[in-house]
Design a protein around this ligand. Structure first.
Ligand code: GUN
Length: 376
């Protein structure tokens, strides 16, 4: 994997770069649509490729390991072939999904024992077997196994957990280096900074992760309920320390505003279920604020879903029609809203890139943040 940093904004820490892997290039900043179980929910490959057009999507080790299971993924020749996606894929390690299973899992130094949400069967993830699992899934970028701490988190717990995540990273790196890729293209392992909302821990973790010499680095344990200001403060501490010449990935973030603020702090990669999950609940993101399409106020509004027309659904369907689909619980409504929201997120990061290159990112960002902070 290669990362070419093209330009850094003079008035913020925003950067524009290009990541190159065996599955092509990724222009940064980038938003990665979430495809948890080998599908970006509700979106056909043709719409994903031609309309939304991301250079990379995300998959989840925890889910794919449980279903369709590794045997099927290996027999298919890896996740790219299984889902017929020939661009980049990143898989999360399961650290976050296992964290979300609170009550159904037990963490110790060796790894995490957990109960499947599908059939209640017991499983054990270790840094070593998670590396093997991600070799079998075959994503271009794979994540280290970590513990994502909750918010709020007691200082001593956060400190102990962070050190365990660092020891797990050493085990991940060792095992990753001793396990060859399975499908003829290379994979890159990204470590994850933890440390909850404590600046000293974040600093310590970022230094540890920076020293691991990885091809890219991630920031985890944020967007777990903390106020946005605390998230930004943590990102700022960490991006000061992570190497400039490697991509930085902020995991699980966030709203359109969160994304712009974190781009300004030097983050290059994002993922979040928000555009698709909120779409399925009838919430649309636009450049002028968010819309709850289920509201009665749209009942007879025959204007396009979004005048900007970023994707074809935006001008093909009216607000009144989309509201009707949600009121009737028609699945097309969720599909339209998902395409719209993902199209908007990808537009937003592409615009950010253009403005970083043009040198006016900071003023554009401030204008957009104000504009998007509204409910229509
Ligand atoms: N997704 C969002 N946050 C995290 C995190 O802290 N760790 C992992 N593995 N995935 C995440």
């Amino acid at each position: 994997m290669q990362f070419d940093l093209k330009i850094t904004d003079p008035k913020s820490k925003a950067r524009a770069g290009v990541i190159t892997t065996d599955h092509g290039t990724i222009e940064t900043p980038i938003f990665m649509p979430v495809g948890t179980v080998a599908t970006v929910k509700g979106v056909h490959q043709s719409e994903l490729k031609d309309e939304i057009n991301p250079d990379i999507i995300l998959g989840n080790t925890y889910h794919l390991y449980l279903r369709p299971k590794l045997e099927t993924l290996e027999a298919a020749g890896g996740l790219h072939k299984f889902m017929n996606w020939d661009r980049n894929i990143l898989t999360d390690s399961g650290g976050y999904q296992v964290y979300s299973l609170s009550g159904r899992r037990k963490i110790n130094e060796e790894g995490v024992k957990f109960k499947s949400h599908i059939d209640g069967s017991m499983h054990f993830f270790t840094p070593e077997n998670v590396m093997e699992t991600q070799r079998t899934i075959g994503a271009d970028i794979i994540m280290a196994f970590d513990e994502c701490t909750p918010y709020p988190c007691d200082y001593n717990y956060a400190k102990r957990s962070m050190h365990m995540t660092h020891r797990w990273l050493d085990r991940c790196i060792k095992h990753f280096e001793n396990t060859p890729p399975k499908y003829g293209y290379s994979q890159s392992l990204f470590p994850i900074v933890q440390g909850s909302t404590y600046k000293d821990l974040r600093k310590q973790s970022a230094e540890y992760i920076a020293n691991s010499g990885a091809e890219g680095n991630a920031i985890g344990g944020l967007s777990v309920g903390e106020p946005a200001e605390e998230m930004y403060a943590m990102t700022e501490v960490v991006t000061e320390i992570l190497p400039e010449d490697k991509p930085r990935y902020l995991m699980g973030v966030g709203t359109p505003i969160n994304i712009l603020e974190n781009i300004a702090l030097g983050v290059d990669m994002f993922d979040c279920v928000m555009p698709t999950r909120n779409a399925r609940n009838g919430m649309l993101f636009t450049a002028h604020g968010s819309i709850n399409i289920k509201n009665k106020k749209w009942e007879n509004d025959f204007s396009p879903i979004d005048e900007m027309g970023i994707t074809w659904v935006d001008t093909m369907y009216s607000k009144a029609y989309l509201r009707h689909l949600f009121a009737s619980r028609e699945m097309l409504g969720k599909q339209i809203a998902s395409i719209h929201n993902l199209g908007f997120y990808l537009w937003l990061v592409r615009e950010a890139r253009k403005h970083i290159i043009a040198g006016d990112f900071a003023t554009w960002k401030d204008k957009m943040v104000k504009q998007m902070d509204k409910r229509l």
